[in-house]
Ligand binder design. Structure first.
Ligand code: GDP
Ligand code: ZN
Length: 352
C-alpha cells in the first residue's frame, strides 16, 4: 500500500476529484512520462496508463499529463489502466519549447519548491539563476538556490556578493556530497508531502544530491554531454523519488536551461530589486531605457544597482514580452482559423 499523502495528496485535490464525473475511480500521481504512456503511483500499487480517447483526441498535447500530475484512471489489466481525467494543475513548471516561439512545454505539475542547482566550480552563473527564478516565481513555486561541490573550494565573499540581490527571495544552501551535515541541513528544509523539482545543467550534481538525500543510490550519476544530453538511459530512469519522512523529489532529465514563458514584469522587477526604484521614476510608464528622471538608470549610474543585474532585467523582460506577444498572436490565429472552419461548416451545410 502506498500512502498518497506522502506524495502530496490533500483535501483540496480530493474535493476537485469529487467534482469530476470519475469520482468513483482510483487516482494516482504521474511519476514518469513516456511517449504514449504514463507511470502512475496509486494507493494499491504502480500502474502503466494510456490516455482515454477523449483526452487523446480532445485536448492539446500540452494538456496531456506531465510528471507530477494527479490523474483519475480506470484500472484494466493487472497493473495497467486508462487515464480518464487530469485534476486541474497548479504550480506547474514549464519552459518554452525549443525551436518554437511561443509553445509551452510542461515539465512538472503541483510543485512546491524548485531546487535551482549550480556547482561552485565553473558552473555558477548568476544570470542563469535569475532566469530560473523568474520562471519559478511566476508559477508561485518557491525557489531555493543550491550551490554544490563546496569541497572543491570557492571564494566565499565573491559568491556572496554576486548573489546578494537574490538572497532575500530564495533560500541558499551550500552543499557537498562529502559533507553529510550540508546534506542534512537541506533535508531538514523539506517538509512531508512537499514536491521538489531539481533544475540545473547536467554535471552540477543533481543525481548525486538526490542520492545523498535518500541515503542510497536511487539515481544513476553520470557525466554526460552538455550539448546533447545523450548517454543517459531515460527510459529506465526514475524521475520521481519519495524521501522517507519527507517530500517527493522530481529530477526531470534535460531540464538544463530554458527560455522563459512568464509575462509578468512585476515578478521580474521585484526579484531583481527594481520595484522600489521604479516607483520613483519621473514618468509612471517609464521603460527604464532612456527616459529623463529614470530612477533605475540613475541607480546604475551611481552604483546602487549593479550593471549586470540591470542588463539581466532588460534581457529577461524583452524575452518575456516576445513570448507573450507571440503567444497572443498564435492564439489570435487559432481563433481566426476556427472562425473560418465554422463559417465553412455553416455554408457547406446550407449548400447541401
Ligand atoms: P547531474 O548530471 O547534475 O545529475 O550530476 P551528477 O550527480 O551525475 O554529478 C556529476 C559529477 O559531479 C559526478 O562525477 C559526481 O561525482 C560529481 N559530484 C557531485 N556532487 C559533488 C560534490 O558535492 N563534490 C564533488 N567534489 N563532486 C561532486
Ligand atoms: Zn525608469
Amino acid at each position: 500500500m502506498n500512502n498518497l499523502l506522502l506524495y502530496g495528496w490533500n483535501d483540496s485535490l480530493f474535493r476537485q476529484k469529487l467534482s469530476t464525473p470519475f469520482s468513483g475511480l482510483p487516482h494516482g500521481r504521474v511519476t514518469v512520462t513516456h511517449k504514449t504512456c504514463y507511470e502512475v503511483v496509486a494507493e494499491d500499487g504502480l500502474y502503466l496508463c494510456e490516455l482515454s480517447g477523449n483526452i487523446l483526441y480532445g485536448r492539446m498535447p500540452n494538456e496531456y499529463p506531465c510528471t507530477g500530475d494527479w490523474v483519475i484512471f480506470q484500472p484494466t489489466d493487472e497493473g495497467r489502466g486508462i487515464v480518464m481525467d487530469i485534476l486541474p494543475r497548479s504550480r506547474t513548471l514549464c519552459r518554452k519549447k525549443s525551436g518554437t516561439v511561443s509553445d509551452k512545454q510542461m515539465i512538472a505539475a503541483h510543485v512546491d519548491k524548485a531546487f535551482i542547482v549550480q556547482s561552485l566550480d565553473a558552473n555558477l552563473n548568476v544570470r542563469r539563476a535569475e532566469r530560473f527564478m523568474v520562471q519559478v516565481l511566476e508559477e508561485d513555486i518557491q525557489p531555493v538556490l543550491i550551490l554544490t561541490k563546496a569541497d572543491l573550494g570557492f571564494n566565499e565573499q565573491e559568491i556572496a556578493d554576486s548573489l546578494k540581490h537574490l538572497a532575500g527571495k530564495a533560500q541558499v544552501f551550500t552543499t557537498s556530497i562529502h559533507s553529510p551535515e550540508t546534506i542534512e541541513a537541506l533535508r531538514r528544509s523539506i517538509g512531508e508531502g512537499e514536491t521538489i523539482v531539481f533544475i540545473g545543467s547536467s554535471g552540477v550534481g543533481k543525481s548525486s544530491l538526490v542520492n545523498a538525500l535518500c541515503g542510497k543510490e536511487v539515481l544513476e550519476t553520470s557525466f554526460i554531454s552538455d550539448s546533447t544530453g545523450k548517454g543517459r538511459h531515460t527510459s529506465t530512469r526514475r524521475e520521481m523519488v519519495l524521501l522517507e519522512h519527507s517530500g517527493v523529489l522530481i529530477d526531470t532529465p534535460g531540464v538544463r536551461e530554458f527560455g522563459i514563458t512568464s509575462g509578468s514584469a512585476d515578478v521580474l522587477s521585484s526579484m531583481l530589486d527594481i520595484s522600489d526604484l521604479e516607483g520613483t521614476c519621473r514618468f509612471a510608464d517609464c521603460t527604464h531605457t532612456n527616459e529623463p528622471g529614470c530612477a533605475v538608470i540613475e541607480a546604475v549610474a551611481n552604483g546602487t544597482l549593479e550593471q549586470g543585474v540591470y542588463e539581466s532585467y532588460l534581457k529577461l523582460r524583452r524575452e518575456a514580452r516576445y513570448f507573450s506577444t507571440s503567444e497572443h498572436e498564435r492564439k489570435g490565429q487559432e481563433k481566426t482559423l476556427s472562425k473560418v472552419l465554422k463559417h465553412y461548416a455553416k455554408n457547406y451545410k446550407k449548400d447541401r
